[in-house]
Design a protein around this ligand. Structure first.
Ligand code: HEC
Ligand code: HEC
Ligand code: HEC
Ligand code: HEC
Ligand code: HEC
Length: 327
């Protein structure tokens, strides 16, 4: 009887050490998403009817304002189905059966009922045996839980890719860009860019970061701006502004999006000496990790750049970034 007791003391000591060694996290790499209010979509009205709402209301609220929740109700989606002979073949990603049942390789299967929940909680979390899969699988008497690789860091790339890898309808399979790049090997994931760390929880004495289900989307100007880096190059008395894609895939990543940059080169007195525009759209997209140059003529004192985005849900182009570069 002595041994187990000693082991218990040791275990308790180890836990104390672990919590003492816990260092407060640096501020989240990305802030909470703040989409422009008129950028639409807003939220799924019937979200609170989800069976998870009773206990995971905060997550349901986050999810409700994304196109995952609205993937079925989305007016562009519904409009696109009108007159299609095989509309049924579209529903597998917009109102899917639980993906852990059908696997991530084949085409996701459509759900016969409750389609208004779109890409629902169960789509990503429900295992074939009824357990709810998560990043830690913490035990609870509310339902069975299990830890799953597919909901943990880079392991979740396979889950996201199951729907985002295929080019179909207006959709570009941008997850392929990501899969074919160096990023997965560097330990990068879709969730680290698209699901911000927004709170920490303490479970059985272990603190961990929790990511928001409110996805980062191009409706948030700051997030869209984070897709790009700029630098000014001068050679032979001429100036070039160089734009590089920092996102995890091509930009823009969806048909019907247009991003326009307008640059003005100014001399020391503030007089405009050159200007240029650059448009990114479906046919002239900027591939992952690649750069484009804007020629700005003669040597200048500074360059002012404004970025505008157009998407089919919003009438007017929106300005999402303004910056000034100096040589
Ligand atoms: C393999 C999964 C998959 C299938 C099958 C699928 N979609 Fe989608 N759909 C997506 C994804 C992923 C997005 C979001 C893409 C993005 O935001 O980059 C999307 C978005 C859309 C949008 C919104 C586009 C926009 O401009 O915002 C429409 C419309 C749409 N799909 C129509 C269809 C139609 C019509 C079909 C059947 C022909 C279909 N989808 C089948 C995955 C799928
Ligand atoms: C598109 C897939 C997807 C959908 C839809 C989705 N989740 Fe998640 N969920 C994830 C991923 C991925 C994680 C793990 C994030 C991480 O790396 O920490 C997660 C984490 C969680 C966690 C664990 C949180 C933590 O870190 O302790 C819970 C609980 C959860 N989700 C519940 C829900 C509920 C409830 C819904 C519906 C409102 C939902 N999820 C919808 C993908 C999804
Ligand atoms: C009656 C309350 C209740 C309901 C309803 C409920 N859950 Fe939970 N769930 C919990 C509790 C309690 C935990 C333990 C962790 C916590 O406190 O978040 C948990 C844990 C989880 C986890 C594990 C997170 C991890 O540690 O990896 C996931 C995933 C999850 N729930 C998803 C769901 C989904 C999806 C639904 C709806 C289909 C749902 N839950 C419905 C109470 C509930
Ligand atoms: C079951 C299929 C499916 C899975 C799995 C899935 N998505 Fe999506 N996702 C969609 C569809 C469908 C849309 C767009 C719906 C529309 O426009 O009508 C979408 C939209 C998005 C958007 C744009 C959201 C917005 O509100 O503008 C982002 C970002 C995104 N997904 C990221 C992810 C990430 C990250 C994962 C993995 C954690 C993931 N998706 C897993 C189907 C899926
Ligand atoms: C390094 C960060 C990063 C990674 C990794 C990343 N993304 Fe993105 N993603 C972005 C940025 C920034 C944007 C906004 C620019 C744009 O709209 O193209 C974006 C846009 C999107 C959109 C919206 C496209 C639209 O026009 O509505 C979807 C969907 C998406 N990403 C899915 C994914 C998926 C799925 C993965 C993993 C396979 C992934 N992303 C990996 C940064 C990232």
């Amino acid at each position: 009887m002595k041994r187990p007791a000693a082991a218990l003391v040791l275990a308790a000591f180890a836990v104390c050490l672990a919590s003492a060694a816990w260092i407060p996290q640096a501020p989240p790499a990305r802030p909470r998403p703040t989409p422009t209010p008129d950028g639409r979509p807003t939220r799924l009205e019937r979200a609170s009817e989800s069976s998870c709402n009773e206990c995971h209301a905060e997550i349901v609220t986050e999810w409700a304002s994304t196109l995952h929740a609205m993937a079925w109700e989305d007016e562009l989606y519904q409009a696109d189905l009108v007159g299609r002979k095989k509309a049924e073949s579209c529903h597998g990603c917009h109102a899917p059966l639980p993906l852990h049942a059908s696997g991530f390789e084949g085409k996701p299967q459509a759900r016969p009922d409750a389609r208004h929940f779109g890409v629902s909680c169960e789509s990503c979390h429900l295992a074939p045996d009824g357990a709810l899969l998560g990043p830690t699988g913490v035990a609870t008497d509310k339902h069975a839980t299990r830890r799953a690789e597919s909901l943990t860091g880079t392991g979740s790339n396979a889950l996201c890719s199951a729907c985002h890898r295929t080019t179909v309808g207006p959709v570009i399979g941008i997850a392929k860009d990501f899969e074919q790049s160096e990023l997965p090997a560097q330990g990068k994931s879709c969730v680290e860019c698209h699901m911000s760390v927004v709170r920490t929880v303490e479970r059985v004495g272990v603190k961990r970061d929790v990511r928001s289900h409110e996805l980062q989307t191009p409706r948030d100007p700051a997030f869209l701006a984070s897709a790009f880096s700029w630098k000014l190059l001068e050679a032979d008395g001429r100036t070039k502004a160089v734009l590089t894609n920092l996102a995890g895939h091509r930009v823009p990543g969806l048909i019907g999006r247009e991003i326009e940059f307008r640059a003005r080169a100014l001399d020391a007195s503030g007089k405009e000496i050159a200007k240029a525009t650059l448009v990114l759209d479906t046919s002239s997209y900027l591939p992952l990790g690649e750069s484009l140059e804007m020629e700005l003529g003669a040597r200048c004192a500074k360059v002012e750049i404004a970025g505008w985005v157009r998407d089919p849900r919003v009438e007017d182009a929106r300005r999402f970034v303004e910056l000034t570069l100096t040589p």
